[in-house]
Write a protein that binds this ligand. Structure first.
Ligand code: NAD
Length: 393
């Protein structure tokens, strides 16, 4: 019996993306894999049911059949109710936010479902094709710069017009990882004068190579990076020192885009209310770390906050604002992961596989992920390795 992949409709909370596009379906069905898609699953990413049907998928009205497939591919975490339909021995593939949804993870383990969280994919070269976080951060960084340009009451580029010369907007990007660097390059293309800052010394060259100015602060750069290339979490005192040094740059910016995060930790607090009050009226802060508590003191997830004349936005799902390309990129990640979990077209969940093993939060009745185990108050696992020490999403 051919492997069946389920693609549910996930439009709760304004989600617009879909886990598998019709092009992805075409490639899978060419490998003899069956795909069942819930009606309307791709419609908000502009993929009609007919496009899925012509790509070889079955558009299945019965949602339980879709959720009961051997592998269910999701683009957003699901609630307990939907998870209950998953097949024992089957797998669930996607962004699961396992630590936040530890209770759902426990019930998946109890039901014998293997939950593969893209958030837990190891950052190794071989797994780059399966790095959904980076793919979605690329979209988020781009959309953050566009959103900032839209909400900023000034032009981004310099303009020399008969009505006078307009000076370019000043954009500060804090955190120069995947999202930050994309925000820098997008804001540069829009003509703003851009400054970039990151705690990791390795990020300096990347900021400069995009034509942005580098903000350098004398804050413990020698200890700022782990052996794995991630930023080291700064102590509360270091964060306060950083915030104080960054304040002058924030106060001079028309737009601040913040993306600073250490995986699995609360976002560092780098902009306080006092600094916001020093910003010019009409300035805009876009805080991409809103879900992890925010880099800015005033940020509220998915809300618009005004501090004096400054607008602070904390959008948590910017990839949903570019559903066509976000879904295209996500679908490629899903397909790459399916090659790992079903290399010969049949489900083969090998915990020794260096991509599958670390990302399997649950398997064979057990919760394997260290962060989820801690959230559930479970001790060391019996038998299998503890996964996901650094991952917290
Ligand atoms: P990343 O790990 O590539 O980049 C984070 C950067 O922050 C790193 O370069 C790190 O060195 C830097 N950093 C950490 N602590 C710092 C500090 N104290 N000061 C300065 N820099 C510091 O992560 P990413 O993929 O670019 O994601 C960035 C953020 O955007 C994360 O919070 C992620 O969850 C979020 N995100 C948001 C959305 C959205 O729609 N809001 C979508 C995708 C990602």
């Amino acid at each position: 019996m051919a492997l069946t992949i389920g693609v549910p409709k996930q439009d709760a909370g304004g989600e617009t993306r879909v886990a598998l596009t019709p092009d992805g379906v075409k490639r899978l069905t060419a490998r003899g894999i069956r795909v069942v898609v819930e009606p309307g699953a791709g419609v908000r990413a502009f993929h009609a049911d007919e496009a899925y049907a012509s790509a070889g998928a079955k558009v299945e009205r019965d949602a339980a059949t879709v959720w009961g497939a051997d592998v269910v591919c999701v683009v957003a975490p699901v609630e307990e109710g939907a998870a209950a339909g998953l097949k024992s021995g089957g797998a669930r593939n996607g962004m699961l936010r396992p630590v936040e949804r530890a209770g759902v993870m426990r019930s998946l383990a109890e039901r014998g479902v293997t939950a593969i969280a893209f958030e837990a994919v190891a950052r190794i070269t071989r797994a780059q094709r399966m790095d959904a976080l980076s793919a979605m951060s690329t979209v988020a960084g781009y959309r953050a710069a566009i959103l900032a340009a839209q909400r900023c009451p000034k032009f981004f580029p310099m303009m020399m017009t008969a009505a006078g010369t307009i000076t370019p907007a000043r954009v500060l990007v804090v955190g120069a990882g995947v999202a930050g660097l994309t925000a820098i390059s997008t804001a540069r293309r829009l003509g703003a004068v851009v400054e970039g800052y990151d705690i990791r010394p390795a990020a300096k060259q990347e900021v400069l190579s995009l034509g942005a100015r580098l903000v350098e602060l004398p804050v413990a750069p020698a200890q700022a990076e782990t052996a794995g290339g991630y930023a080291r979490e700064q102590s509360a005192e270091q964060q306060r020192a950083q915030a104080a040094l960054l304040a002058d740059h924030v106060a001079q910016a028309d737009v601040v885009i913040t993306t600073a995060l250490v995986p699995g930790r609360r976002a560092p607090r780098l902009i306080d209310r006092g600094t916001l009050e020093r910003m010019r009226q009409g300035s805009v802060v876009i805080d991409l770390a809103a879900e992890a508590g925010g880099n800015c003191e005033a940020t509220r997830a998915d809300e618009e906050v005004r501090v004096g004349g400054v607008l602070v936005l904390g959008p948590t799902n910017l990839p949903a604002q570019a559903p066509v390309h976000a879904s295209q990129m996500y679908s490629k990640v899903v397909e790459a992961m399916l090659e790992e979990v079903a290399p010969k077209g049949e489900l083969s969940l090998d915990m020794g596989n260096d991509v599958v093993g670390p990302s399997a939060v649950t398997h064979a009745g057990e919760v394997r992920h260290a962060g989820v185990r801690a959230a559930l108050g479970l001790g060391e696992p019996v038998g299998s390795a503890v996964q996901g020490e650094e991952m917290g999403a």
